[in-house]
Design a protein around this ligand. Sequence first.
Ligand code: BYC
Length: 313
Amino acid sequence: MDNNDQKFEQNIANEIMIEPRDDMPMAYRKTLIRQIGQHAHSEVVGMLPEGNWITRAPTLKRKAVLMAKVQDEAGHGLYLYSAAETLGADRDDMMDKLIAGRMKYSSIFNYPTLSWADVAAIGWLVDGAAIVNQVALCRTSYGPYARAMVRICKEESFHQRQGFEAMMVMAQGSPEQKQMAQDAVNRYWWPALMMFGPSDDHSPNSAQSMAWKIKRFSNDELRQKFVDNTVPQVLHLGLEVPDPDLKFNQDTGHYEYGEVNWQELNEVIAGRGPCNHERIEARRKAWEGGKWVRDAAAIYAKKQQALQQSKVA
Ligand code: BYC
């Protein structure tokens, strides 16, 4: 181990954050680019299923809230792409890889939003799962990622509450509305559990990521936390959790839940989920359609720079 590696290991052991200019092992840098890049893509692809309902939101208030939420997700993507850039990643390259299917994004966004209740379920369950994962990431060992997560968590927390409130209105509405709420929980419960990734004994990256303190908790620990937080909320709404094996264990103080359909998760991650093709197509169109804006911005920035330089000279 050379001096740089030793310093890095000491900083990790002493909870001193790693910053962009610090020396770091190449594998640590690569793991962070992989995770932060995937996370950034998830935020941006995550705009699609909810954005699909902006024109069909049931009231003006719901429309305004949903537009703000979807814009927040775009902002989260931007902080995260910037965090990845501090590691030397190139944004165009990340986008090209996403569109070519060579970079992942969260499995959850490959499910369709069939009703307004699905939009509420995403706010409540999906943002709720994201918060459990992301609160832990506020203490991740890489400074720019940790700091981005602090702000993102504050906004996700608002998203989760608005989703729960929208769900509560449905659950307390007509029998048809309550049924729509239950159907949405039935559709989104298991995919939300899958957001935390494969079980610990099938998670190839977890051990190293935890040793580097990128991840502070394992996939199963976070999944359990989400179940424990969320089951009482489902029951409070007068709805049911679509899991016949769910039971509260008095001794451990935790809910025990049934087996996640890992085959389904693997299929969705491999690009064969219900909406994978549609999501990537939408991103491809947006990326290609936005080229002239990026080109114009780059030319403008270059001109501004030349102007500044001529003033200095
Ligand atoms: N979906 O060894 P593992 C949001 C991949 S968006 C897809 O456990 P790791 C929001 C994994 O990448 C929230 N892929 O990996 C936005 C790995 O593949 P590679 C998104 C998954 O990295 C809008 C392989 O499977 N959050 O907040 O230790 C509206 C083996 O897995 C998934 C983040 O991205 C999955 N579910 O752990 C609303 C959080 N699970 O790269 C909300 C940051 C696993 O080796 N990411 N894979 O080819 C993480 O915390 C971790 O990357 C994961 C996976 C827990 C997701």
